[in-house]
Design a protein around this ligand. Structure first.
Ligand code: NAD
Ligand code: TYD
Length: 369
């Protein structure tokens, strides 16, 4: 990665954002990194603890809707790279309360674009390193039948308030390039999994419920299909797009790993059984008789549940040379091991304890040096 980037990473305390921040720091010790995050239920500053003393890193607790905050960071830190992860990200929550999705995903992205327009196109010195990289999802394309793939040319057809709000933000990003010449790239990625994922999403939720002997809720008939990508592979794809992507382009990012939900739940049960059975202390901590598959419980389907997502990632593979590296079954086993070893992390996250971490660390103030 370009060593001298000066990056604003929004949503950098969430799942993918924190993985990307740590990834970028490891790859690029000289880059200036500023994370701006509202620390909603999904944002956890503990994820960034490994770099909290790094002189070239700062954290700001703030909302991407706060123009003054975003504008002053962009100006004072001379930001040349924005990577926008900040979002409300869970489909089930968007069905229960869509407003926050419109406010953050649509209006928040709009505010970031306005701040970038002012700072980058406002008449000062030009800088061809500048990139506004918008991190989006394959869900904007809607649902597939048994066959076919989403390409960058697939028409948008979002079905949930979440995907509709992400689609709206993608359109704004596109329009700011087309109309104002803002240097943007959009990536549309498939379902991610890996460390630090909030346990409301399928893989961490099933892992923790399997460990703790709770029912494993499978929506509908369990036959819905997602295309899965390990978060490290997503980080590498974003790095690739920053380094070699063409301004104004869209890149689909996927794992070439389509799986039915029920097959994933079975895989996780096997991985949890194996991890626990191999260790006496774990057997005592998580006692269970037989296979955890017996915890599988079919529940009422999600309203409007998209049946199948599948990404064709040939463009980023051919044009930029990125390809997914982590095999799905290996990635899931490693992720299950991470959750087994990091019980304190998920206990704190699930109890809201991590909110206190921020208060302890910064007394409720912005952590800007
Ligand atoms: P996440 O919910 O784990 O994290 C979102 C982060 O954004 C949190 O730290 C939260 O505090 C922060 N945030 C929310 N509202 C904010 C606001 N108004 N201002 C500033 N910060 C705010 O989400 P994630 O899974 O890490 O997803 C990150 C991005 O990647 C999202 O844009 C999502 O749409 C996209 N994406 C996710 C997946 C996936 O499988 N998780 C797949 C493709 C794309
Ligand atoms: P999720 O992780 O919420 O991601 P998304 O809806 O963005 O794809 O869900 C992945 C799939 O798993 C989706 O088809 C819904 C299903 N699912 C369950 O069957 N049970 C659950 O408890 C959850 C959270 C999801």
């Amino acid at each position: 990665m370009d060593r001298a980037r000066r990056a604003l990473i929004t949503g950098g305390a969430g799942f993918i954002g924190s993985n990307f921040t740590l990834y970028m720091r490891a790859k690029n010790p000289d880059a200036r990194i500023v994370v701006l995050d509202k620390l909603t239920y999904a944002g956890n500053l503990e994820n960034l603890a490994p770099i909290k003393r790094d002189a070239n890193f700062s954290f700001i607790k703030g909302d991407i809707n706060a123009f003054e905050t975003v504008d002053s960071v962009m100006r004072e830190d001379n930001i040349d790279t924005v990577v926008n992860f900040a979002a409300e990200s869970h489909v089930d929550r968007s069905i229960l309360g869509p407003r926050a999705f419109v406010e953050t995903n649509v209006m928040g992205t709009f505010t970031l674009l306005e701040a970038a327009r002012k700072n980058w196109l406002g008449g000062g010195a030009s800088n061809d390193k500048r990139i506004f990289l918008h991190v989006s999802t394959d869900e904007v394309y809607g649902s597939l039948g048994e066959t076919g793939y989403f390409t960058e040319e697939t028409p948008y057809s979002p079905n949930s308030p979440y995907s509709a709000s992400k689609a709206a933000s993608d359109h704004l990003v596109r329009a700011y390039h087309h109309t104002y010449g803002l240097p943007v790239i959009t990536t549309n990625c498939s379902n991610n999994y890996g460390p630090y994922q909030f346990p409301e999403k399928l893989i961490p939720l099933i892992t923790i419920n399997a460990l703790t002997g709770k029912p494993l809720p499978v929506y509908g008939d369990g036959g819905n299909v997602r295309d899965w990508l390990h978060v490290e592979d997503h980080c590498a794809a974003i790095e690739t797009a920053l380094d070699r992507g063409k301004i104004g382009e869209v890149y689909n990012v996927g794992g070439r790993a389509e799986r039915k939900n029920i097959d994933i739940v079975n895989l996780i049960c096997g991985a949890v059984d194996a991890a626990v059975n191999s260790d006496k202390a774990l057997r005592e901590l998580y006692p269970f008789d037989g296979s955890r598959k017996k915890l599988i419980t079919y529940v009422k389907d999600r309203p409007g549940h998209d049946r199948r997502y599948a990404i064709d990632c040939a463009k980023i593979e051919k044009e930029l040379g990125w390809t997914p590296a982590v095999a799905f079954e290996d990635g899931v086993r490693a992720t299950v091991d991470w959750y087994v070893k990091n019980r304190k992390w998920w206990e704190r996250v699930m109890s809201g304890e991590y909110v206190k971490y921020y208060e302890r660390q910064y007394g409720g103030r912005s952590a800007r040096p």
